[in-house]
Design a protein around this ligand. Structure first.
Ligand code: B16
Ligand code: MG
Length: 219
């Protein structure tokens, strides 16, 4: 059986994608770029700077701003996003995820968090989950973003287990690709993900029993 379960944050433990989108949309609008919710799918799991570059590209504005202007825009979006996070409470934990974390601890299965969000500690605090993980990846120490496996391998190392003994849960294609590249059993949340070992439409059906069953089916 797996010895650790590694969670992505946004889209797996909590849904803040709509808040990221609101903040990006306001920023984009100010510089004359229109983005819609379909485009937002492409921003999931992508870092702050990476997201800004994709938005500029979508509006044909690649190279239109200096690095200082880009930094200012990213900071503006983040201030807006942090303001929106103020409304976040324990009721925003996605269905089943509080129970799953609880069961894993009971079963002695280690838990890790592999989020690229620099706001992850703040989000965990708002959800009352700051003590819920055995290890939370420190984004400042990660140099390659997903789909590179670095963040997941970093969590495995910190938990002192090999990737073959871990399960990862992701809602972004870049995240699934990162898990596969790292040799970690990948569970995908979302209908359109490719390459996951097992896929569910939402977190609702995800439990330790399901993880165990899928693990045994593949091992
Ligand atoms: P921040 P995850 C990701 O979180 C989000 O999916 C993505 O939309 C966001 O741009 C990224 O974090 C960076 O967030 O601006 O707060 O550092 O899915 O890796 O938990
Ligand atoms: Mg995510």
């Amino acid at each position: 059986l797996p010895r650790a379960v590694i969670f992505d944050l946004d889209g797996v433990v909590v849904d803040t994608a709509h808040l990221h989108f609101m903040a990006w949309q306001r920023l984009a609008q100010r510089i004359g770029i229109h983005i819609d919710t379909g485009f937002n799918e492409q921003l999931k799991g992508v870092s702050r700077q990476g997201s800004l570059l994709r938005i500029l590209a979508s509006g044909g504005k690649t190279g239109s701003f200096t690095q200082a202007e880009c930094d200012a825009m990213a900071a503006e979006k983040n201030a807006d996003y942090v303001g929106l996070l103020a409304g976040l409470t324990t009721t925003d934990i996605l269905p089943g995820m509080g129970e799953l974390l609880h069961t894993l601890h009971e079963q002695g299965v280690l838990t890790g968090l592999a989020s690229v969000s620099q706001n992850a500690p703040r989000v965990l605090r708002a959800l009352g989950l700051e003590q819920a993980f055995n290890y939370v990846a420190d984004t400042r120490r990660i140099t390659h973003s997903k789909p590179h496996p670095e963040i997941f391998l970093n969590v495995c190392e910190a938990l002192n287990i090999s990737p073959q003994h871990a399960v990862g849960i992701e809602d972004a294609q870049a995240g699934i690709d990162a898990l596969r590249a790292g040799g970690i059993f990948a569970i995908g949340i979302g209908a359109t993900l490719e390459g996951a070992n097992y896929r569910l439409a939402s977190t609702e059906g995800l439990s330790w029993a399901v993880i165990r069953q899928q693990w045994l089916r593949h091992h």
